[in-house]
Design a protein around this ligand. Structure first.
Ligand code: ZN
Length: 445
């Protein structure tokens, strides 16, 4: 853990130092480096709620203070309580934590740690929305409301851009919180979701481009984004896209696609996966589409028919601005099109179900700051889990992956907590020069 942090982010503590605390003098008696690490610890050890900090990082764990002190480069002599963290975040707001995330992602890109996952030179950025806070009574002025029979639920939603790295790592790169400003009056539930997310997409891409102006990006998204506005938003922010092509959304375009497929039988690639699934890819280049605002689009469309060894079949299709031909069709569909399933599986699902507790209200005031801390911790956990340092140790024990070695992600977090509490981590692990020169790779091999 320590070596992974120092290897990938040797300047992390300096970046934390740059956080502006608008209250001078700060009324909290703790170094901000220590408080940020304290907050990250909540998610790294998957404590599940802020209160747990007071119980799990308490004096029964003699390792907590010295270990966190050395991570933060501080010499705190006492432990804060969870309220200290809350007060600190109230003071600084969520923005500095988002900036921290941005610097970390920039560093990974610059050190080329994610290059293996590039597709036609682009980084795949998966766009997906999820609800993540639900209350039974109104919790703030911005809650989205949803009628559920007799009761009304008050919710917060988020639209995320996640960068796809090697070995199915998904790294939060931009976030837009969706609230009731986005909802048109009197709109249906389905329309609300669509409008909210499309509106938020514009904001998301704007902040993504502000943070990463030069990055070559291909957006991946579900059928909701496959529309004139979704194509235009991608084009305006100089992004390629691979969106799910839903026949029901474009009946006429789908029919034309089927006709054209029949006219180019040679545009076909067959591939059998290592699991014995037969995939037949067919495609059409230059499919013309005029959207509801009269804009003309030229798209490439891919159809993939899958037959499993037991005979069951399924069909997938995408619309894309990427080049599609015999050489590229499989990678565009698997890395671009299918990548969004990783978002479901590795992204939100993991953050909801593996102990990170995304849907828990860590704070009623500062939920955005905790949201970003969670994203940073999830990034660090993935680098530890999937980095070659731990993978090689697992392989030396005859296991394929670190997850297989520990049994589950939850177990890994529990072991990290045990070790943080009870062990004095060896001083050698904190040697920055040594951590900088070790090889830690993320790769799919
Ligand atoms: Zn609210």
């Amino acid at each position: 853990m320590v070596q992974t942090v120092l290897h990938f982010f040797p300047d992390l503590n300096d970046w934390i130092d740059q956080i502006d605390d608008p209250r001078f003098p700060p009324f909290i008696d703790y170094d901000k480096r220590f408080l940020v690490w304290w907050g990250l610890g909540l998610f790294l050890c998957k404590l599940g709620s802020r209160r747990q900090l007071d119980y799990e990082f308490n004096t029964d764990g003699p390792g907590v203070l010295p270990n966190l002190n050395r991570l933060a480069g501080t010499e705190q002599e006492t432990r804060p309580v969870n309220k200290t963290l809350e007060n600190f975040l109230t003071g600084i707001g969520s923005k500095p934590i988002a900036v921290l995330r941005q610097k970390m992602v920039q560093r990974l890109i610059r050190m080329k740690a994610l290059d293996e996952a590039r597709l036609q030179g682009d980084f795949m950025v998966l766009i997906d929305g999820t609800g993540y806070l639900v209350f039974s009574s109104r919790h703030c002025d911005h809650c989205l409301t949803r009628k559920h029979g007799e009761t009304t639920l008050y919710m917060h939603q988020v639209l995320e851009a996640k960068l796809l790295g090697p070995d199915d790592t998904v790294i939060s790169i931009a976030t837009e919180f969706i609230d009731n400003h986005d909802v048109p009056v009197g709109a249906s539930q389905e329309k609300v979701k669509q409008d909210c997310e499309l509106k938020a997409l514009r904001r998301l891409l704007k902040s993504l481009r502000a943070d990463f102006p030069q990055l070559r990006i291909c957006l991946g998204g579900d059928g909701l984004f496959a529309c004139g506005e979704g194509f235009q938003a991608a084009q305006d922010s100089q992004c390629d896209f691979v969106y799910v092509f839903q026949p029901t959304r474009f009946p006429a375009l789908w029919e034309e696609f089927q006709t054209l497929l029949g006219q180019c039988p040679e545009q076909r690639v067959e591939w059998t996966t290592p699991q014995g699934v037969l995939q037949v890819y067919r495609w059409v280049n230059g499919l013309g589409y005029t959207d509801s605002d009269g804009r003309d689009w030229t798209l490439n469309a891919i159809l993939c028919t899958e037959t499993k060894p037991d005979g069951t079949t399924s069909e997938w299709s995408w619309l894309t601005s990427l080049d599609v031909d015999h050489q590229t069709v499989v990678t565009v569909a698997t890395r671009g099109g299918r990548a969004r399933w990783d978002e479901e599986n590795q992204g939100f699902n993991t953050q909801k179900n593996s102990g990170l507790n995304l849907e828990h209200a860590y704070s009623h005031r500062n939920w955005a700051a905790y949201y970003f801390l969670l994203q940073i911790a999830h990034l660090l956990l993935q680098l530890v889990e999937k980095g070659s340092l731990l993978s090689h140790l697992a392989q030396a024990r005859g296991k394929r992956t670190a997850r297989e070695w520990f049994g589950s992600l939850k177990n890994m977090a529990r072991r990290l907590l045990e070790s943080l509490r009870q062990r004095h981590w060896p001083d050698a692990a904190f040697d920055r020069t040594k951590a900088g020169s070790i090889q830690i790779r993320l790769d799919s091999s």
